[in-house]
Design a protein around this ligand. Structure first.
Ligand code: NAI
Length: 687
């Protein structure tokens, strides 16, 4: 039985019992509706309590029913039956009431929760809106502005906060069902407060509209925020039943909306990406109390900030005193900036700085449980550090490298304990960027990976476990895009056209402005050292155009920060084209977009075929969190599925032929999927 009934005197207690989270599948919905009707028909029952068995009240909709036709009774009808009940219904929350679970409680006549419970409407994170009266009942219950903020944020409220907000009527430390039974009994025979019958005072309108305008501006491409706004407006303007029908209509529309589907895809991909393929289920994480970071440069400092913000003290290690002081004061400078903007207090800064123990010499890593190396990107330097660490670090310590490109197997080989070596590829700025590529080398032990995932979560990062190859997942795909930027600029496009195309696609910044921001000189020096060429970027650097910091790069920065197109760059491009015997031509925005995005997808296909990424969705998480790929497009691989792999393969083929660039030819797996009508999400039909 997924819904149970028992009587405590004249109070009927209806218990949702559908492990593990009391999801509101069809049987549960029908069970609640039946029991509410039965309790109303039973003369011996004076009042009703609705609760959940186990740790949850209910975590909401049964996601396995997503995308299927909904079976009656649908949740809004069950909620209505509860609200219309002639006998009082009190919700007793032993734990979280989320999404549809929360909406069930909103239709009850009162709500009592254990202090450890939480309530929330997280639908916005799934590209949806509450669809069972949440957008109507919550504003009526607690006010439009407060309700909108909660629904827009999607984060659950702890019981105490929910009580203060007016969502809960009482919070108890124990025996929540007993408290609810007593309260229900006290309501019997009295007029009931039916949430749907409340009205929202018109004077709340202005404050809500201001919040709505800000939200729409912040997330202009969102499919569901406008719907949420419209539903709350309906709560002001329409009679309850009509407004409920409007909410339902919006909800059903979103279920089929491409952007909403993409947001759902990313939501579930984020949960899946940290899974360590083939690690036994009972793999235990190693205990990590002490963390040492080697190298207090750009990355080392940022990584240290990530740990101390999460309350984990770090030992920050440099070669010499000067470098250490420089590194530590750079971190302090970062905090000072936050203090000056008012987003951090001096006291908090002192607390965080107090967790950073700066030391000179690798010996300081001796008792660390995790050592993260972030020294120069040079194999000889890395090997030297790992060789020494092997002698210094304690047994069982995890030895991690933050390398962006280098072979983690080779780094591990400098130690006698390759099973303890892993790549932890943070992104810059490391205290801000969410992505963490956890690089699994040939000998990396499963418990090392499991530990890395747990730690990533602890410090608020988004972990994705990837395989070992040049550039791993993200940078390897990025290289394909960078290659095309070079070619497009050589063939006739201008930086502003290239950037505009990707901004139209949904990136916040185009690749040229991005390179200017990062500085062009570092990769130029790297290319010179390795004998590689990038004619346009090389020419810019030779002209001293190192990017924003130099006041000139792909653009001119007259005020130091605003990119403006520069005629000098146009002349420089003309020279590069001429030197390569290329006649410049006008290139359409469509071609620019496709030539920047499709080759990345092509490389993603190779990454999949090689098993560097376990799932195409993992690649999407990397791009959404590491490179600002528009979330509402679902990541490159999801986007490819939506556009159709056949189209992508055909365009790549055509561009490859037209430009003579063989790197653009569709990868074998892409060709195969395209030919068979397959997709990244589903593979090949029947295969
Ligand atoms: P950086 O040059 O800013 O910092 C490196 C620091 O390591 C310097 O302060 C240097 O004094 C120190 N160092 C060098 N050898 C050392 C040794 N034997 N012992 C202790 N300290 C030593 O370099 P950055 O940018 O922080 O990069 C570090 C690593 O992170 C590289 O492997 C890089 O590829 C990787 N990375 C860099 C990203 C970026 O955007 N800058 C992004 C992701 C990874």
């Amino acid at each position: 039985m997924s819904v149970e009934i028992n009587k405590q005197g004249d109070v009927a207690v209806i218990t949702i019992n559908n492990p593990a989270v009391n999801a509101l599948g069809h049987a549960v919905r029908a069970g609640i509706a039946d029991q509410i009707a039965a309790a109303n028909a039973d003369a011996a029952v004076a009042a009703i309590v609705l609760t959940g068995a186990g740790r949850f009240f209910s975590a909401g909709a049964d996601i396995s029913e997503f995308g299927k036709a909904s079976q009656e009774p649908i949740l809004p009808a069950v909620c209505q039956a509860i609200e219309d009940s002639a006998k009082p219904v009190v919700a007793a929350l032993p734990g979280p009431a989320l999404g549809g679970g929360c909406e069930l409680t909103l239709s009850c006549h009162a709500r009592i929760a254990l202090a450890t419970a939480e309530v929330g409407l997280p639908e916005v994170k799934l590209g949806l809106i509450p669809g069972a009266g949440g957008t109507q009942r919550l504003p009526r219950l607690i006010g439009a502005k407060a309700a909108f903020a909660i629904m827009l944020d999607g984060e659950p409220l702890k019981a105490k906060k929910a009580l203060d907000a007016g969502i809960l009527d009482a919070v108890v430390e124990s025996d929540v069902v007993a408290a609810a039974v007593a309260h229900a009994r006290s309501l019997a025979g009295k007029p009931l407060r039916r949430t749907g019958a409340l009205t929202i005072p018109a004077e709340q309108r202005e404050a809500f509209e201001a919040a709505a305008t800000a939200a729409l501006k912040k997330d202009p491409e969102s499919p569901n925020v406008p719907a949420l706004v419209d539903c709350v407006r309906a709560a002001f303007d329409k009679p309850f039943a009509e407004a409920m029908a409007f909410e339902r209509e919006q909800f059903v529309k979103l279920l089929k909306n491409e952007r909403s589907i993409a947001l759902r895809h990313v939501f579930f991909a984020e949960r899946g990406a940290a899974r360590v393929a083939d690690a036994p289920k009972d793999t235990k994480a190693r205990n990590v109390g002490k963390v040492a970071i080697i190298g207090a440069g750009t990355m080392g400092g940022g990584i240290a900030m990530s740990f101390v913000a999460a309350g984990v003290p770090v030992i920050l290690i440099e070669n010499d005193k000067e470098a250490l002081e420089r590194g530590v004061s750079r971190v302090a400078g970062n905090y000072d900036f936050s203090v000056s903007r008012g987003s951090m207090t001096e006291a908090r800064k002192a607390e965080l700085m107090g967790r950073i123990d700066g030391r000179v010499g690798l010996e300081a890593a001796a008792d660390a449980d995790l050592v993260i190396e972030a020294v120069f990107e040079e194999m000889t330097v890395k090997k030297d550090v790992f060789g020494k660490l092997d002698k210094i670090a304690k047994k069982g310590a995890i030895l991690a490298t933050n390398t962006s490109y280098l072979n983690v197997d080779d780094i591990a080989a400098a130690t006698a304990r390759p099973a303890d070596v892993v790549g932890l590829h943070f992104f810059s700025p490391a205290n801000v960027m969410k992505l963490l590529e956890i690089v699994r080398a040939k000998h990396t032990a499963p418990d090392v990976l499991v530990t890395a995932v747990a730690l990533a979560r602890k410090i608020g990062k988004m972990p994705v476990v990837v395989g070992n190859c040049h550039g791993f997942v993200g940078n390897r795909m990025l290289a394909r895009r960078s290659q095309q930027v070079e070619r497009l600029l050589t063939e006739g496009a201008l930086p502003q056209q290239v950037d505009a195309a990707l901004r139209t696609f949904g990136f916040r910044m185009g690749p040229c402005a991005m390179s200017d921001l990062a500085g062009l000189d570092i990769s130029w020096r790297m290319r010179k050292a390795t004998g590689q060429k990038a004619p346009v970027a090389d020419a810019l650097c030779e002209a001293g155009r190192f990017g924003q910091k130099a006041g000139r790069g792909y653009y001119l920065y007259q005020d130091g920060r605003t990119p403006t197109p520069d005629p000098e760059v146009e002349q420089l491009l003309a020279k590069v084209s001429a030197a390569q015997g290329v006649t410049r031509r006008a290139i359409s925005e469509e071609e620019i977009t496709q030539r920047l995005i499709y080759p990345m997808i092509n490389e993603g296909t190779r990454i999949l075929a090689e098993g560097i990424a376990a799932r195409s969705a993992d690649i999407d998480v990397v791009w959404v969190h590491g490179y600002n790929f528009p979330r509402w497009r679902g990541g490159p691989m999801h986007y490819a599925d939506q556009v159709g792999l056949k189209h992508i393969a055909e365009r790549l083929e055509a561009y490859s032929k037209a430009t003579g660039d063989e790197s653009l030819a569709p990868a074998p797996l892409l060709r195969e999927l395209a030919d068979k009508g397959g997709s990244f999400a589903k593979g090949t039909p029947g295969g």
